[in-house]
Every structure is written in C-alpha cells, then in structure tokens.
Design a binder for this molecule. Structure first.
Ligand code: ATP
Length: 528
C-alpha cells in the first residue's frame, strides 16, 4: 500500500513518519498510483485514443525501462547465478496438441455467470469467495472489538474457537468455500448457481439476484493459422510460458549436455481471456511471465521445493521491500498432479494477493507430452544406470504484478519540514529507469558543456537523463517523481574544482564528488 507520509525533518535529522491508512484513502491511493503511472510515462491504457482496450496496457518510456530492469534482475538471479540453469525463448504459438496434453483445452476454464439486469459478467467462484471473505471480515471485526474490551487479558485463539458469533462467521466461510470446491471439482455448475442463490448473493451493480446459469468459459484465446497437417487450423495464444519449456526439455538437455538436477528459464508474453479483468496491471489479458522449471530426480522434489521457496523469497527481499509485505499461502487443495504448492502473496494496495507460485508438479507435464507426442522425454541417470521422467519444481511469477508491487510500494507523497510537498518514487536503486540525471545549474558559463561531457562519458555504463530546463528545484522534483536515485549538478565551482554535487533521492542529502570518481561512486551505489 502506498504510504502517505508526513515527514517532519527534525533538528537532529530524524524522520518522523506518520502512516495514514483508511479504506477510502486506500482507494484514492490506488487511483493515484494509476494516474502517476500514466502522467510520468510508466503505463498507458492500450490504444487509448480509441478509448482503450479492456485489461490491456502499454508500458511507456520509463515503464519499459523499469520492466526491463525487473526482468533482467530475475534473469540474472536465475540463469547467471545458477550454473545448472539455462534460459530459452520459445515461440508464443505452439502446436495445438501441446494444449491438449497440458490439460488447457479441457480444463483451463473459469465458471462464468451474468446478471440479467446489469448485464455484468462475473466469475461465479469469485462471487462466492467474496461472500466468504465478508464473513471472515465480520469475524475479524468482532475480534477487534473484543480485543479493545478485554485489553491485555484477551486470549484471541480461545475467542476465535469459542465465541459463538465469531465461530459462526468463520465456519460459514469455510463451509461455503468447501461446498463450492466440491461442486467445481464435480463440474456441477447447477450446484454452483444454487449456492449463489442460497446465499442470496446480489449483483454489486444492480443489486438484483436475477442470474443466468453458470457456464464454463475457456480462458485461452484462439486464432487461425494457414494450415496444419491434422486438418485443423485453430491454434492458441499461449496462456503460460511453461509449456514452451516442457516441449524443449529434450532439445535443451541434449544440446546443453545438462545433467539432472537442472533448470530451464524463460520470460515472455502469455494471454488469458480473463472474465473479470480489473485492478490495473494486476489482472491483464496480455501479460508477461517469468518461469523456471527445475528438473529433479523423483523422490528429491521436496528438498528442491524448499530450496526454491528460500531462493525466491530472498530474491523478493533483496529489492529492499519489508518482509511484512510478503506472506506464504500454501494451497489446501492441490491439483491432482501436484504434491506441494504455495504462493508468494504481496500486500498490494487492495490487499494480499498472489504474486508468484511455486509448485511441485511431479512428472505430470513431461509424461503427458511423452504420451501425446510418442517421444521419450526421459533422462538417463548414469548413477542409477536407468532412465526416468524427471520431476519438476516450477517457479512462476508475473512480471507485471512484480512491477505493480514495486511501483505501488515505492510511490510516496511527503510533506517536508519547510511545508513543501514532494512526490517521490523510492524504487530500489538498481531497478530505477534512470540512474542519474545530469543537470547544469544554469544554462550558461560553460555549465551545459561540462554537464554534456559528463553525460557522454557515463552514458556508456548508465541510463542517464540530461535536463537543463527550469529551476534546479523543479528538475529535482521531476527526477524524484520518476525514481531517479541521483541528481548530478554542475555548478560554478565545478568549472574550477572538477567536482559536482550529487543529490541522493531518498535523503535529499548532497555530497561533493570529484568528476573522475563518479563512475565508481555510481557503480557502488547501484549494486544489488
Ligand atoms: P490468479 O489466481 O491470480 O488468476 P493464477 O494462479 O492463475 O493467478 P498462475 O497460472 O500460477 O496464476 O500464473 C503464474 C503467475 O502469473 C501468477 O502468480 C501471476 O503473477 C501471473 N499472472 C497470472 N495471470 C495473470 C494475469 N491475468 N495478469 C497478470 N499476471 C498474471
């Protein structure tokens, strides 16, 4: 959540931070995040001049830099830092049988329901889950009240388990979710509708309970390709990047002489015809994934599952976002082929939601492709002197969701001691779109020439911006708003002492640095 902060810089240089959070503020904050992303060239609605395309977004000049930097941070940590992981770049279009083998043709569905009065479309499971969540919130409210009433003596665990009202709400939530899960597992869509009716769930727009039947909706986009050998010409836009890795398992293993355990990583676009696509870049119809499939010896998968959980959480925390913004959510109900699954959830402006999934998928995918293709997708283990289909641990994270996590956490409005305000994007420095701005104090006396010389020297190593327009204070604010960690100002003295003033974004502190030390200084400051 964007923290609205009132920063009061005391005489001693301490920052006093007041966090102001309330529900309506949270909504305003999310709107601010979206409008800041647009105003400063991070994210635009796709084809906006034609009123946009729902749940599709374009990344602007700073957004694409930030996105590239996040992608490359992921790639380096996966591929460069692991001698046994290699990266590939598979095509978006794949042979249609791929999606039959993976189960997407038959089962990549969401249950859909329409309200006849508002004509709005919903995911039936989400309506029911929202109902359950409301029950849980009612329970939490009761608990909060009791906490205040009983003070230090309050035993929350006991209260949860014994207070009839709280227990009633929590049991109801569990019961509703369990009934829905059972109906969905049995593909009994009439039972899902019955549940919506029994719970008297109304459309949030029309307020009516005039619902259509529930029907399954496949999330894959399809299109046509010239002609295929089996006579059909329907192909799909991939709904995940993982299958490009599975079908290349043999190619990579042979050509890279890989030995189990080894991994294959990939980043790229995926497409899902999401029924309800809201919440900005959290749920898009075209998005980017960063996935890694790690192939292991059967029986060792739980060790690797643990290893990858640790690795991935470290990756998140290295961005400097506090640990409290992340939590694990272990899946209660596992897919039939999985033997462990967990999500990394992030505290987005609208609450904790999935950011990354880590799954132990057994040999399901390779075996399915083996069966459908008739090709042996196995590894010969020289120690065991036998062939086997490796098990897989996958880590799967949305690039756009990571962008939203990083961006929303970084955006802050601050009131400074002198009464002025600033909007600052406190991005992790190594991810910032522009690493340093080179600013001549004034547009005369040789300062622009000197600043341009510094720009030309450093641009080979860093993404920079040269700016000579407006007063220096306004230029600083512009750079704060796009998250530039350093502003390098050439002033009168620079011409004689060959040093510059370097202002740091977060503290706004300024230091004098010799021009020939700038490169080393920046490299040092921008380390991960
Ligand atoms: P959700 O439950 O939120 O729909 P999912 O469980 O279907 O997500 P996966 O299939 O596990 O997601 O995909 C892996 C990752 O891809 C997710 O953790 C998320 O970060 C990202 N992702 C999935 N769907 C979308 C989407 N529509 N828009 C943006 N990112 C997405």
């Amino acid at each position: 959540m964007l923290r609205y902060r009132i920063l009061l810089e005391s005489m001693h240089g301490f920052l006093v931070i007041l966090h102001l959070n309330s529900k309506s503020m949270i909504e305003d904050i999310f709107k601010k995040i979206i409008s800041h992303a647009k105003e400063y060239g991070f994210i635009f609605q796709s084809s906006e001049i034609y009123d946009g395309l729902s749940a599709v977004y374009d990344y602007g000049q700073y957004g694409s830099e930030l996105k590239n930097n996040i992608r490359s941070y992921w790639w380096r940590s996966m591929v460069q830092h692991h001698e046994n992981i290699v990266g590939i770049d598979a095509a978006i279009f794949m042979h249609p049988t791929t999606w039959r083998a993976s189960g997407h043709v038959d089962a990549f569905n969401d249950p859909l329901i329409d309200n006849k009065d508002s004509k709005k479309r919903y995911r039936a499971d989400v309506l029911i889950e929202d109902y359950a969540e409301k029950q849980r919130q009612k329970a939490e409210k009761e608990i909060e009240k009791a906490k205040k009433r009983f003070g230090d003596d309050f035993d929350e665990k006991m209260y949860r388990e014994t207070n009839p009202r709280v227990k009633g709400y929590l049991d109801k939530a569990d019961e509703v979710v369990a009934t829905m899960a059972k109906a969905l597992a049995a593909e009994d869509l009439a039972a899902v509708k019955q549940l919506i009716e029994d719970l008297e769930i109304a459309c949030p727009i029309s307020g009516s309970r005039n619902w259509t039947d529930v029907r399954q909706f496949n999330l894959m986009f399809d299109t046509r390709m010239g002609s295929l050998s089996d006579g059909s010409d329907t192909i799909y836009l991939r709904p995940e990047t993982a299958q490009g890795i599975f079908v290349n398992f043999l190619n990579v293993m042979k050509s890279g002489r890989m030995k189990v355990p080894f991994g294959i990583a990939q980043t790229g676009k995926a497409f899902r015809n999401e029924i309800v696509a809201r919440q900005f870049i959290f749920r898009m119809r075209e998005f980017e994934q960063m996935e890694m499939q790690f192939f292991v010896k059967p029986g060792t998968e739980m060790e690797w599952f643990k290893y990858w959980k640790e690795q991935r959480m470290n990756w998140h925390l290295k961005m400097g976002i506090p640990e409290s913004k992340y939590r694990w959510h272990d899946h209660d109900k596992l897919a039939h082929y999985a033997n462990a699954a967990t999500d990394v959830e992030f505290d987005f402006p609208f609450g904790f939601k999935e950011l990354e999934g880590i799954h132990s998928r057994t040999d399901f995918d390779l075996s399915a492709h083996q069966e459908h293709s008739g090709k042996k997708l196995q590894y010969f283990d020289p120690e065991l002197n036998e062939n086997y289909v490796p098990y897989v641990i996958e880590t799967s994270i949305g690039l756009d969701r990571t962008f939203l996590a990083v961006f929303s956490h970084a955006l802050q409005e601050e009131k400074l001691e002198d009464g002025s305000e600033r909007t600052v994007l406190r991005l992790p420095k190594f991810l910032a779109p522009i690493k340093a701005a080179i600013l001549p104090l004034v547009k005369k006396d040789g300062m622009p020439e000197m600043a341009k010389k510094i720009f030309d020297e450093l641009k080979l190593d860093f993404m920079l911006q040269y700016d000579e327009k407006d007063a220096i204070g306004r230029r600083y604010r512009r750079q704060d708003a796009i998250g530039t960690p350093f502003c390098i100002t050439v002033d009168n003295e620079s011409l004689t002492d060959n040093s510059v003033t370097v202002r740091e974004r977060d503290s706004m502190k300024q230091a004098r640095i010799a021009i020939d030390q700038l490169r080393t200084y920046l490299f040092d400051q921008l380390k991960v």
